[in-house]
Design a protein around this ligand. Structure first.
Ligand SMILES: [Zn+2]
Ligand SMILES: [Zn+2]
Ligand SMILES: [Zn+2]
Length: 660
């Protein structure tokens, strides 16, 4: 029988394993346990923050590794190379994310001597790579020797990537400045060599794969090697705080600059308290940013946006001519509404001071996000490419029942043709094919208040219907193509001018595709083609952007020639169908009528054509695969997408307040 005051203790800190102790001691042990647990949690959170900020793909860095411990001597201090003859799998195997709860399981510290030997190995391999490439480029295209060179280079590429990964998580021994300097120099060498080998492989492959039809090539390397991967965590966390305050907290620029300065002072005083900054620490202080704008630039989170100039009078849009870092626009609007009418002539630009230089900026700016850049970032995210491919397979299979649940279940998507005349969905193994839905809506950025201003800005948004709905509507998967400037909603034919920049990108994206240097699943690059699957808006919006007459017009139906007088005629077999494109029957198709409307010499003639056919020209008709007859118009989508885009217009980074 235990004495009254004694109790069993099972704490972890003192490892009592059930021995009898006094109540006061028990309380003390419990408190000790709790604080250890707390410390572990803090450590874990710290590590997660580093992982999330250091690596774009979210793979944790701080993993315990004994791969090159001291036990095996110096020969074991480098990761073993991949046998050159084995072709690499296309999908890189990333280690599963795990956070070892045991903090002693960290990467060992490396001295200058360890790193030195490692560096020699790197130099030897760089020499070997140069030799391999020389041999590969000399052999005949597509021969076994050429293929062998590609395989060996790919194996080397894998080695360099693995080495880069392990070196970046290596901690040089503290107070060993020479090791720190060597580490950052080695990381730089590795990055340069990785991109060099990638280029060599493309050149060897490029000579065997015909890429003549590819219109554009996009470099997506920045999504895989971020310059911040090698930055000191201290600097990174400090800068990250200011960035989050600025973007998510809407803290103004001067206040963020103050935060940056205070953080610098804080770091400085910590270093001094520890006995003066070491060489590495002085470098952190020296590189510490002072302006939040340079932080935003360094993190590279802004989307690539081109500012077009919209005419304040007729809304015609002008693409800027890039002249060095400065975009130039025509001074006046040169658009003629009709061939024999004088040009509009409204002023397009106004003076503005940029970096101390006087430049001309648009009076009515129209920001357009780069579509190809967006798709590059989209495909660089883990899991997206697979989700798109699987979504395509599901859509191609169709549903067994007659119920349709989503746009993809309908036959319209399967009937869209690719540039070769076959269904677009029949994706060749070496390509990735994307469908997009386009949504455009106009709203009042000041909200609809009774005494409020009546202003209208619009957004043009695209989402990928091959993704399942939850993925589709994640903010990062929505392509906010453009924000149409206010103060009024564009008129029926003006809307074409705003859609034009988007359509100009979609035409080559379907026809020739875009080559991305690297995607998450395909480190050696991928050809991506995109097609517009349907327009998703409310009914008035759909009629507006596709050029069809409104639902209350005389020719109210977009499919047949039924007039409003006969709206009570429900004998559907008497309805005369309208062809979308010419079928050779001699009847005027919608596209032909729209072309007539576009080429009409006067406003009166346009009115006549519109009254006769119920259609005006829409820039979407330039997409040769696109058929308005098959467009879905789904209210759930129409309510969902603009709401999200409103949020991103009002709060998202890059655009600021839509009233600007
Ligand atoms: Zn105990
Ligand atoms: Zn104009
Ligand atoms: Zn009809």
């Amino acid at each position: 029988m235990a004495p009254k005051q004694m109790q069993h203790c099972y704490c972890k800190t003192y490892r009592c394993s059930g021995s009898l102790i006094t109540y006061n001691e028990l309380r003390k042990h419990q408190r000790a346990d709790k604080s250890t647990e707390y410390q572990d949690t803090v450590d874990q959170i710290n590590r997660q923050i580093f992982d999330l900020t250091l690596r774009h793909d979210g793979v944790p860095l701080m993993q315990g590794s004994t791969m090159w411990g001291h036990r095996g001597g110096h020969n074991a201090s480098v990761p073993t190379s991949v046998p050159a003859s084995i072709p690499l799998p296309d999908i890189p195997t990333t280690p599963p994310p795990s956070y070892p709860p045991d903090t002693s399981n960290r990467v060992e510290c490396k001295s200058y001597e360890d790193l030195y030997l490692w560096d020699v190995e790197i130099a030897l391999r760089i020499e070997a790579v140069a030799k391999m490439f020389k041999q590969g480029i000399a052999t005949a295209v597509g021969s076994t020797e050429s293929q062998h060179a590609i395989n060996s280079l790919s194996a080397q590429l894998q080695w360099f990537r693995t080495t880069y990964h392990f070196l970046s998580i290596t901690q040089p021994s503290s107070s060993d400045d020479s090791a720190t300097v060597l580490k950052s120099a080695m990381l730089e060498t590795l990055l340069t060599e990785i991109s060099h080998i990638e280029k060599c492989v493309w050149r060897l492959e490029g000579s065997s794969v015909s890429k003549t039809s590819i219109a554009a090539t996009y470099d997506t390397a920045k999504y895989f090697h971020h310059p911040f991967q090698t930055t000191s965590p201290l600097l990174l966390v400090a800068v990250f705080i200011a960035l989050v305050l600025n973007i998510l907290g809407h803290v103004s620029r001067p206040s963020c600059n103050l935060v940056l300065r205070m953080l610098k002072i804080l770091l400085q005083s910590i270093f001094e308290e520890k006995g003066g900054p070491t060489q590495a620490e002085s470098r952190i202080l020296l590189n510490f940013p002072r302006d939040i704008r340079s932080v935003r630039k360094a993190f590279d989170i802004e989307p690539t946006v081109t500012i077009w100039a919209a005419c304040p009078k007729c809304s015609y849009t002008y693409e800027p001519q890039e002249n060095g870092n400065i975009s130039t626009y025509p001074a006046c609007c040169t658009h003629c509404a009709f061939p024999d009418k004088p040009p509009c002539g409204a002023r397009l630009t106004t003076r503005h001071v940029l970096n101390g230089e006087s430049v001309r900026v648009p009076i009515r700016p129209y920001p357009v996000q780069d579509f190809n850049e967006f798709v590059g970032a989209f495909l660089s995210r883990p899991g997206i490419e697979d989700a798109v491919r699987r979504g395509g397979t599901i859509a191609l299979r169709g549903t067994a029942s007659s119920d349709l649940h989503d746009i993809c279940d309908g036959s319209a998507l399967r009937e869209i043709t690719g540039p070769n005349g076959r269904p677009f969905m029949e994706c060749p193994a070496e390509e990735v094919r994307l469908f997009w839905t386009l949504s455009a809506d106009w709203f009042n950025p000041y909200l609809n208040k009774i005494a409020g201003k009546s202003v209208s800005t619009g957004s043009i948004v695209m989402t990928c219907p091959l993704l399942s709905p939850s993925l589709q509507y994640q903010a990062e998967n929505i392509y906010l193509a453009a924000i149409t400037p206010g103060p009024r909603e564009p008129s029926l034919d003006e809307v074409n001018y705003f859609l034009n920049p988007v359509v100009r990108k979609l035409i080559p994206a379907w026809k020739d595709g875009v080559w991305y240097n690297r995607t998450h699943n395909h480190p050696r690059g991928r050809l991506a083609r995109s097609a517009l699957a349907c327009v998703v808006t409310d009914l008035p919006g759909a009629r507006k952007i596709t050029g069809m007459a409104g639902h209350s017009a005389k020719l109210f139906c977009s499919l047949c020639k039924l007039t409003k007088d006969n709206i009570n005629n429900i004998d559907y077999w008497t309805w005369e169908r309208q062809d979308y494109r010419a079928t050779g029957t001699g009847l005027t198709s919608i596209v032909e009528a729209a072309t007539q409307w576009k080429n009409a010499p006067s406003k009166r003639r346009r009115k006549q054509i519109f009254a006769q056919y119920g259609v005006r020209y829409s820039v979407l008709m330039e997409l040769e695969y696109f058929d308005f007859h098959k467009i879905c118009c789904c209210r759930r989508y129409a309510q969902h997408v603009p709401r999200l885009s409103q949020i991103s217009c009002q709060e998202g980074p890059g655009y600021g307040s839509p009233s600007k």
